[in-house]
Design a protein around this ligand. Structure first.
Ligand SMILES: [Zn+2]
Length: 173
């Protein structure tokens, strides 16, 4: 259950219907709807594909894509571009929507569910770890160097699996 306590006043919430939770103290309603995320697979013609080395649990030490929640008043594309800039310092162009995956993570006993929109994009920059809390390092991999098992988050791994299966000839590049 997403709204055990009211995000506004801290009162105890009761489930009212399928998706609605009602605060017993202030009476506000909250809906258990998916969080929206955006992620981007960045390509540099000289270097390959950009991955970050995750600094935070539950994926610490594993690879991930620049990704995060979309802010208010921000499109999916803007969210993907901003997260990439914040995490790696890289500016991307030629964003292309490449499908979405559902995710579900449990952190400190709270279950977070959402959907992530995946994009591909291009850059000429190399980047560096730009976010000291989330990013340990940035690495560039050629397509044939990508190992799915090293990708921490399930939704990103599924996206990369799909991406690689769409371009199997890349193995010979
Ligand atoms: Zn309340």
């Amino acid at each position: 259950m997403k709204y055990k306590f009211c995000p506004d006043c801290g009162g105890k919430c009761e489930k009212k219907s399928f998706k609605e939770y009602l605060c017993g103290l202030c009476g506000k309603s909250f809906w258990d709807e998916p969080d929206i995320g955006a992620a981007v697979l960045v390509h540099n013609p000289e270097k390959g594909y950009l991955f970050i080395v995750e600094k935070k649990e539950p994926s610490k030490g594993l690879l991930g894509l620049p990704a995060g929640y979309v802010d208010n008043n921000e499109t999916l594309e803007e969210g993907a571009i901003r997260e990439c800039r914040e995490e790696t310092g890289i500016e991307v162009s030629d964003l292309k929507y490449s499908g979405s995956n559902i995710y579900q993570v449990e952190l400190n006993g709270v279950e977070y569910k959402g959907v992530t929109a995946f994009f591909t994009a291009e850059t000429r920059q190399y980047g560096k770890p730009n976010d000291s809390t989330e990013v340990e390092d940035v690495v560039w991999l050629k397509k044939e160097e990508i190992v799915l098992e090293k990708i921490g988050s399930v939704d990103s791994r599924e996206f990369i699996r799909r991406f690689l299966s769409l371009f199997p000839s890349a193995k010979q590049e």
